[in-house]
Design a protein around this ligand. Structure first.
Ligand code: EPS
Length: 394
């Protein structure tokens, strides 16, 4: 079964849907397993008023029976509570909005940095709301729901995913060389999901200052997967390379502008002897500068990606733009929004990482039932172990 993942829904529409196909039968899962991730995504200092309205929870539409997956497509629905304030704007029926020209909350002054302008031209819309409702990061609720199911599957194979905010608003956290294995337990206690307390306080000050100035802030998140077996992905074709698949998935998160694996761009500035991870007896590595992939395959070391998010493009002190209808210079539209969503982006990056790893795991090991998938993984791990020399310590 080919693994597939998709989402549907608009920010102020009726709700969001996440669909996953190819998750094997027999995985124990509950709505609580998913809702806990949705709650993590809603948090973070610097979020706007919308998060006070929403209280995201899933309803299963299909694919789960009596607490176990069936192997059929899993569909999850998350209602938008804000819909009740937007029905006359977002209703699908033509007659629900009596005068389409005079409808409320039209967006004709595109925000620099948002999908508003390119989307309006490409889709030939005069109201950029037709674009921004789908471009909104609200869509990531459905990604996180699907990611939560994938995380539950990966946990069956002792693969754990976590993240923390490494940088926000220009403040760089000092987390030392070694990350704790329970990174989420610590990060989730911080209002900005930062492991460095001093940096956390400065980040909060900068968020307050940006809010007061009508501005927004970006940042960098580090996302990590522990326990990933060697050999997911492949070197044989461009589209099977796991590093490429990870970059695409992480880059697809709204407002993300950069993705690095391991040393990333820093590797380009160093000599080879300061970049590559020496191989030790037992095939372990002295370092993990590669960030857990070589040749488009996992190495068995932790997967470490850094994800850079630009500041949100809805500014309360707006930038210059041009009105879509009149062509005249104007100030970009300001709508209620967040000052920063970097802490939430970490949770979304975890979901995307879980989705990519699930795809790669199922691609390599197949299996319609969890029991079959486990047998296949166990057989492979035994094969790798048999190839691993005990090795005299050097
Ligand atoms: C968003 C704008 C804000 C954010 C939203 C993303 O929503 P609103 O326009 O309703 O105030 O809160 O994020 C979410 C709703 C969410 O669940 O993450 C945008 O324009 O991208």
């Amino acid at each position: 079964m080919t693994f597939r993942f998709t989402t549907a829904g608009e920010s102020h529409g009726r709700g969001l849907v996440g669909i996953l196909e190819g998750i094997p039968a027999g995985l124990a899962i509950s709505a609580a397993d998913v809702d806990v991730e949705l709650k993590r995504r809603q948090g973070g200092y610097g979020r706007g008023a919308r998060m006070k309205i929403e209280s995201d929870r899933i309803e299963w539409l299909s694919g789960v029976r009596a607490g176990e997956t069936l192997g059929s497509p899993i569909a999850m629905l998350i209602w938008n509570r804000d819909w009740e304030h937007w029905q006359d704007v977002m209703a699908p029926e033509a007659d629900a909005i009596p005068d389409p020209q005079g409808r409320r909350r039209q967006v004709t002054r595109p925000r620099p940095g948002h999908a508003d302008l390119a989307g309006s031209l490409k889709y030939d819309r005069t109201d950029a709301r037709d674009i921004l409702e789908r471009a909104s990061a609200r869509e990531t609720v459905a990604r996180v729901a699907c990611g939560a199911v994938c995380k539950k599957l990966l946990r069956e194979f002792s693969i754990e995913i976590g993240s923390h905010v490494a940088e926000l608003g220009g403040v760089v956290a000092d987390v030392g060389a070694l990350l704790p294995s329970n990174v989420n337990e610590i990060a989730d206690q911080s209002p900005v999901r930062c492991l460095d307390k001093a940096a956390e306080q400065e980040i909060i000050r900068r968020i307050d200052a940006a809010k007061a100035a009508g501005d927004t802030l970006g940042g960098v998140v580090e996302v990590i997967a522990l326990g990933v077996p060697v050999g997911l992905g492949s070197h044989v074709s461009w589209e099977s390379k796991l590093d490429g698949r990870l970059a695409q998935a992480l880059m697809s998160i709204p407002a993300v502008k950069g993705v690095e694996l391991g040393l990333g761009f820093e590797a380009a500035r160093r000599k080879g002897s300061e970049v590559h991870d020496e191989i030790m007896p037992g095939f372990s590595r002295a370092t993990n500068r590669a960030g857990g992939t070589e040749g488009g395959m996992t190495t068995g070391e932790p997967l470490v990606a850094r994800v850079a998010m630009k500041p949100i493009s809805t500014l309360m002190s707006p930038l210059k733009t041009v009105d879509l209808k009149t062509g005249s210079p104007a100030q970009a539209q300001s709508e209620r929004s967040d000052v920063t969503a970097v802490p939430a982006m970490g949770v979304i990056a975890e979901a995307m990482l879980a989705i990519v790893l699930t795809d790669a795991l199922l691609e390599k090991f197949g299996g319609d039932a969890l029991s079959e998938l486990k047998r296949n993984v166990d057989g492979y791990l035994a094969q790798v172990r048999a190839r691993t020399p005990k090795g005299a310590a050097s």
